[in-house]
Ligand binder design. Structure first.
Ligand SMILES: Nc1ncnc2c1ncn2[C@@H]1O[C@H](COP(=O)(O)OP(=O)(O)OP(=O)(O)O)[C@@H](O)[C@H]1O
Ligand SMILES: [Mg+2]
Length: 384
């Protein structure tokens, strides 16, 4: 489980350190940094896939993503060193921190591309010298090998590649490989489409689908997989709880899976193409949260979107059920959903953290009501 997340210089998150629990619910007014937090977590996951630099470029490049304020706003402008966009997390088992910066100008058209300047991974919740598993400074990498020695590599790593994606090798860096696979299992769901042309509405060839895809195109297969190898009863209850008297069916027409929702009073089931946006969205959340293969972390961005307030308690039930199997971060605008989550998770055998983000007078995102600054994460950022 991830216990601390820290972000520096990413949009309004100039320095944010956040404890995470099994279920973490993040709320805040418009413009306080909720989406930025979601995107920062995604960037961490992109790093493990070797896609962070490209993702940053799609975000508008470092120039637009870097915190636009001073290093120490209270003391006025000025910086003590090069600016880096830093992301990191620490957990029971592993920690990882990465520092992105501007390239050394080389009169290349790619001079605006961000680079990975430094990375560190460590074992356990706190970074101590003896806990280091691997370290990268520029192109130089050292990794702890299976027999306890150090494998060093001087100059193979390109500035836009992460050591997580390039050096995870079962012999040379077994822990790096485990950490990478862990991060790669993280799932992100953000405004899955439910419009008329949404992929989730089309019948599609179905294969066993223990994890719903990001666009929901495999919804029917994912629901059928839950019925066959997952918690079929929880699925039935989720459907009946939200739409009393209704049940799901999945039919296969020469391999193409078609979802059906049988509702009281209707002579035939309605297909995914015929369901309302809210109904379809609820079924998408059902498939995502009752996954038979829970990831190490599940991050949901504004899951309340297009759901009627009546369905929010049902969605909260699904999220709390999901949190029994996996760590979940929910970023939400809806106070009602946050309230339902607090009510429904009370007394459960796992930790819950409700965090409200606010903006301070300098435009920096902060955690509301924090007693004294939690100024440092349980690691020091890797040195360049
Ligand atoms: N480079 C930057 N430096 C400083 N602040 C920035 C930077 N880029 C964006 N911001 C500001 O960061 C704030 C947080 O944006 P974000 O999209 O995360 O808010 P949000 O909480 O998701 O808001 P909403 O509820 O409206 O979706 C915005 O006010 C935005 O103007
Ligand atoms: Mg937002």
């Amino acid at each position: 489980m991830i216990t601390t997340l820290a972000i520096e210089n990413y949009r309004s998150l100039s320095r944010l350190i956040m404890p995470l629990e099994r279920l973490t619910v993040v709320t805040g007014a418009n413009g306080t940094g909720k989406s930025s937090l979601y995107r920062a977590l995604r960037l961490l996951a992109d790093a493990a896939r070797g896609e962070a630099v490209a993702a940053l470029a799609r975000d508008g490049g470092l120039r637009s993503t870097l915190w636009a304020g001073a290093e120490n706003p209270a003391q006025g402008a000025g910086r003590s060193g090069p600016v880096g966009l830093r992301l990191g997390f620490a957990g029971d088992e592993f920690g990882y921190a990465v520092d992105f910066g501007h390239p050394v100008p080389a009169r290349s058209l790619f001079d605006l591309d961000p680079e990975i300047k430094a990375e560190t991974t460590w074992a356990g919740p706190v970074l101590r010298p003896a806990a280091v598993l691997s370290e990268r400074k520029g192109p130089a990498v050292r990794t702890l090998t299976a027999d306890g020695g150090w494998h060093r590599s001087a100059g193979e790593l390109r500035p836009y590649d992460s050591m997580l994606s390039e050096f995870a090798d079962p012999r040379l860096a077994p822990d790096l490989l485990r950490l990478r696979e862990r991060i790669r299992s993280w799932r992100f769901y953000d405004h899955v489409r439910t419009d008329a042309g949404a992929p989730a509405r089309a019948a599609r060839v179905g294969t066993r689908t223990p994890v719903l895809g990001h666009d929901g195109a495999d919804l029917a297969a994912a629901l059928q997989t839950i019925r066959e190898v997952g918690d079929a009863k929880a699925l039935e209850e989720a459907v009946d709880g939200a739409f009393p008297g209704s049940r799901l069916s999945v039919d296969s027409q020469s391999g193409r899976f078609e979802l059906g929702l049988h509702q009281p009073g209707l002579m035939r089931p309605l297909s995914a193409a015929e369901l309302s946006d809210g109904t379809l969205r609820y079924l998408l959340w059902t498939a995502a949260l009752l996954t038979p293969r829970p990831p190490a972390l599940l991050v949901l961005n504004e899951p309340e979107a297009s759901l009627h307030p009546e369905l929010l308690p049902r969605l909260a039930d699904l999220i709390v059920t999901g949190a029994q199997e996996t760590q979940i971060v929910v970023v939400t605008h809806a106070k009602e959903l946050a309230g339902e989550l607090a009510r429904r998770s009370a007394g459960r055998p796992f930790g819950v953290n409700a965090t409200e983000l606010v903006k301070d007078e300098y435009g920096q995102t902060e955690v509301a009501g924090r007693e004294g600054p939690l100024d440092q994460p349980p690691w020091h950022w890797p040195k360049r």
